[in-house]
Design a protein. Structure first.
Lengths: 270, 291
């Protein structure tokens, strides 16, 4: 039985990892080798030339920085807005709290494409089409973050808050020095989740951006693909895909445990 | 605890407003605007005041349009295939990764889950390479069946489903494992004492106690599958012969490539109504079952 299970695991591992292997292997092949039929399973003379070509074909370096900026700012903002709102939903009682909270949670299940057109209209009528700020505005808060933070802040004992209040601490002070330090794993996982989510987000920047100097890396990658459809450019496209994936893989490997543990509590991929 | 004292009411408002403002303005208001725009003709690139009133004509247009039914059918097939395979597959993998004491479980779990964090755009491109006719390894491996993958209308949608399963199954498996950890071990102990083997333990202990997780996974899988856009955009642009045009792609294309924002919004609002109806039916079934 145990042997069988071990075999099962090995059989799962191969299809799970093969596409990732193929991405690396193809990025190392030369133009001639890519045109071989049948394809070669291992690069015959591995070369890193394609990685340089990525940056010559499209503004990939700029796009990488853009993604860092966009995903970074969105993540910081989501952390702040989620902790603030999550605290109110977890620890304050007021009329309409449940309705408001579940209304917010319901928006997690809304496919982004439903509101894409009016979102474009809203942002462009603010004069923010084709700007970083225009991309960022709808990303500054999200329902998932609020939900996650409320779940974790609800576990913080009320006695701690009361004690701080008796000492005359302001609500912001309590949130910052009593609640937040207890939330570290939740905050870390929300930060990772948000960063990966916004780094990968494609449909919104695709719809609101025109100027390729402002493209995030996934848009630059799509542009790279459209310039390099022929099979002998496949090393370049795969190298681009690999570079675009690296930050998310690194972040995932660094914090895999926290990430997996807290995603088990809820989540939707957009 | 209640909002007592002067300070806390103000704090509640101040703490809630940033998030509520963003979600209200950029998620809730646009839902209403989607309906408003769907009642008009609008090209996206003129002022909103230039919209021409069409009443419900856009909806009538959709009902008479075979390409709308095509997108609807493609979405339904895609979602149905994803859910039908995802739920049993992720339960089976979750059990495989949770129960047996074997080496390498952590590694397999990390590998399965890693596919979920990689940008869909990047990994779609990789699958484009895998599926490539002749040059692609999958065409090579399954050469005996002459698979056409993304290049023929009969197989393109299924090929996108296979990609989706590869990308997302690890995520659902992690959810299953989380559900399995909630099942008390002594239940299995008791079942073993009663002489239940692996099969009967699964049937009478694991699956019934995993019901909530199973429902949740089914729901999330539906929501995720309905939103599929990136791989369609990157790999097929809805083709060949519109065989992979799903609703979210049809909506984005109508608005941003064809300048038909009114029609796109009518499709978007129909999708929303469909989701609300599905969600209502779902809640009704779950309530009745637990009552």
């Amino acid at each position: 039985m145990r042997r069988l299970a071990q075999l099962g695991l090995a059989l799962v591992l191969i299809p799970a990892l093969f596409p990732l292997y193929w991405m690396v292997a193809s990025s190392l092949k030369g133009p001639q080798e890519l045109q071989r039929i049948p394809p070669t399973w291992f690069p015959s003379s591995p070369s890193l030339a394609a990685f340089g070509e990525v940056f010559e074909t499209v503004k990939f370096g700029q796009a990488f920085l853009n993604s860092l900026l966009l995903a970074g700012v969105a993540t910081l903002s989501v952390l702040v807005t989620s902790v603030l709102a999550g605290y109110v939903f977890a620890k304050y009682t007021f009329r309409g709290r449940e309705v408001l909270f579940w209304g917010v949670v319901a928006t997690m299940f809304l496919p982004p494409v439903v509101t894409l057109v009016p979102l474009y209209w809203l942002v462009s009528s603010m004069g923010l089409a084709d700007t970083y700020l225009g991309v960022l505005l709808p990303w500054l808060a999200n329902a998932f973050g609020i939900f996650l933070m409320r779940q974790f802040i609800a576990d913080v004992p009320d006695e701690l808050l009361e004690a701080a209040r008796l000492d005359g601490a302001s609500e912001l002070r309590i949130l910052w020095s009593v609640v937040t330090p207890l939330l570290r794993p939740a905050v870390v996982s929300l930060a990772i989740f948000s960063f990966v989510f916004y780094w990968n987000n494609f449909i919104w920047p695709l719809s609101i951006l025109q100027d390729d100097a402002k493209f995030p890396v996934v848009l630059a990658l799509s542009q790279l693909l459209s310039y390099s459809t022929s099979v002998h450019y496949q090393n370049v496209v795969m190298a681009g895909a690999l570079i675009a994936s690296l930050p998310t893989i690194v972040v995932f490997l660094l914090a895999q445990r926290v990430f997996v543990a807290s995603l088990s509590r809820t989540g939707v991929k957009g | 605890m209640s909002v007592a004292g002067r300070g806390r009411g103000a704090a509640a408002v101040a703490f809630l407003s940033p998030a509520m403002l963003v979600i209200g303005l950029f998620t809730v208001v646009p839902i209403g605007l989607t309906f408003w725009i769907s009642l008009h003709d609008w090209s996206m690139y003129t002022a909103l005041g230039d919209m021409a009133w069409r009443g419900l004509d856009n909806y009538a247009g959709l009902l008479a349009d075979s390409s709308f039914y095509n997108a609807l059918a493609n979405t339904a097939i895609y979602v149905a295939l994803v859910v039908v395979v995802t739920v049993p597959l992720s339960i089976a993998l979750g059990m495989l990764l949770y129960f047996p004491r074997v080496a390498g479980k952590g590694l397999v779990r990390a590998a399965l889950f890693s596919t979920y964090v990689i940008p869909t755009v990047a990994i779609s491109i990789v699958w484009g390479g895998l599926y490539a006719p002749e040059y692609g390894p999958l065409s090579q491996l399954f050469g005996a069946w002459h698979p056409t993958w993304l290049s023929a209308p009969d197989t393109a949608l299924v090929s996108l489903v296979i990609f989706h399963l590869w990308q997302m199954t690890g995520y659902y498996t992690v959810l299953v494992i989380a559900g399995l950890t909630q099942i008390p071990g002594d239940l299995y102990e008791a079942a073993r004492i009663d002489g239940a083997g692996l099969w009967r333990q699964t049937l009478h202990v694991t699956l019934p106690l995993l019901r909530r997780t199973t429902i949740f996974i089914g729901l999330v899988a539906i929501i995720n599958a309905i939103q599929v856009f990136d791989p369609v955009y990157i790999l097929t642009q809805g083709g060949p012969a519109e065989s992979t045009t799903v609703l979210s792609f049809a909506i984005q294309r109508a608005a941003f490539q064809h300048g038909l924002a009114g029609q796109a919004s009518a499709m978007a609002f129909s999708l929303l109504l469909l989701l609300v109806a599905l969600g209502g039916a779902f809640l009704a079934v779950v309530r009745r079952r637990s009552a």
